[in-house]
Design a protein around this ligand. Structure first.
Ligand code: F6R
Ligand code: MN
Length: 194
C-alpha cells in the first residue's frame, strides 16, 4: 500500500527556550552508557559512569512515512557537560543512503558540528542561534555542546528514507575531536581514528 496516502499536511510548535516540540511521535534519550568506546578518555568515562548514567542528549521527532520524497524533522538537545576534556556530543552517523543531505537550524546554545566524508575530507562548523547548517550527502555528522551551562538545541530535517549508519563511526570514530583546552574549544586529530 502507498503509505503516502495516509499523511496529511501538519504543523508543530517549537519551544526554543525549553527545547521541546509539540506532540512529538518519538523521544529518544541517550545516556552515557550508550556512548561506550566513543570518548577517547576511557578512564574518565568509566569513573563518570560508575557515579551516574547521566543523560547526554535527547531527540524529539515527528514521524512521516520513511519513503523517498518525504522529509523527517525534529529537535535535538545536547546537554552541557564533559567526559574528560571532550564535550557531551551525539553518537554521530552517516546516512545509510549515503547521498542524502540534512539541514540543521540552531535555536539555542553554542556548539560545533563535526563532519567528514568517506573521501577523506573533514569540516567543523560552529553552531550558534539562527545559524543554518547544510550537511551535504556523504558527510557523517556529530553535534557537540561547548557551552558549560546551556543546552545546544537544533532543529533538523532530512529525507525520511535516509536511514542511519551508526556502526561505521562506532568502529572508527571521527577524524577530529573537539576538546576543552583550558576553557577554549580546540579541534585536534583523533588519536584513536582507524
Ligand atoms: C538525523 C540526525 C539528527 C540526529 C540527532 C542525534 O539524521 O542527524 O536528528 O539523529 O542529532 O544524533 P545521533 O543520531 O547521531 O545519535
Ligand atoms: Mn543525520
Amino acid at each position: 500500500m502507498d503509505t503516502r496516502k495516509k499523511i496529511r499536511p501538519f504543523t508543530f510548535k517549537v519551544d526554543f527556550q525549553n527545547g521541546k516540540i509539540s506532540n512529538p511521535d518519538t523521544h529518544i534519550v541517550r545516556k552515557l552508557s550508550s556512548m561506550k568506546g566513543q570518548y577517547s578518555d576511557e578512564k574518565s568515562f568509566n569513573e563518570m559512569l560508575d557515579k551516574k548514567d547521566c543523560i547526554l542528549y535527547e531527540v524529539y521527532e515527528k514521524l512521516v512515512p520513511e519513503i523517498e520524497g518525504e522529509l523527517l524533522q525534529g529537535m535535538s538537545i545536547v546537554h552541557p557537560g564533559k567526559v574528560g576534556k571532550e564535550y557531551f556530543m551525539t553518537k554521530g552517523h552517516f546516512h545509510s543512503i549515503l547521498d542524502t543531505a540534512e539541514l540543521y537550524y540552531c535555536v539555542k546554545g553554542h556548539g560545533y558540528m563535526v563532519m567528514e566524508n568517506p573521501e577523506g575530507d573533514w569540516s567543523v562548523e560552529e553552531l550558534i542561534p539562527n545559524i543554518v547548517l547544510y550537511v551535504p550527502g556523504r558527510w557523517a555528522h556529530r553535534s557537540i555542546n561547548i557551552n558549560n551551562t546551556e543546552d545546544l538545541v537544533t532543529i533538523f530535517t532530512y529525507p525520511a528514507n535516509a536511514g542511519h549508519d551508526y556502526a561505521s563511526i562506532e568502529t572508527k570514530g571521527f577524524r577530529k575531536l573537539v576538546v576543552d583546552n583550558n576553557g577554549t574549544p580546540e579541534i585536534i586529530d583523533n588519536p584513536g581514528w582507524k
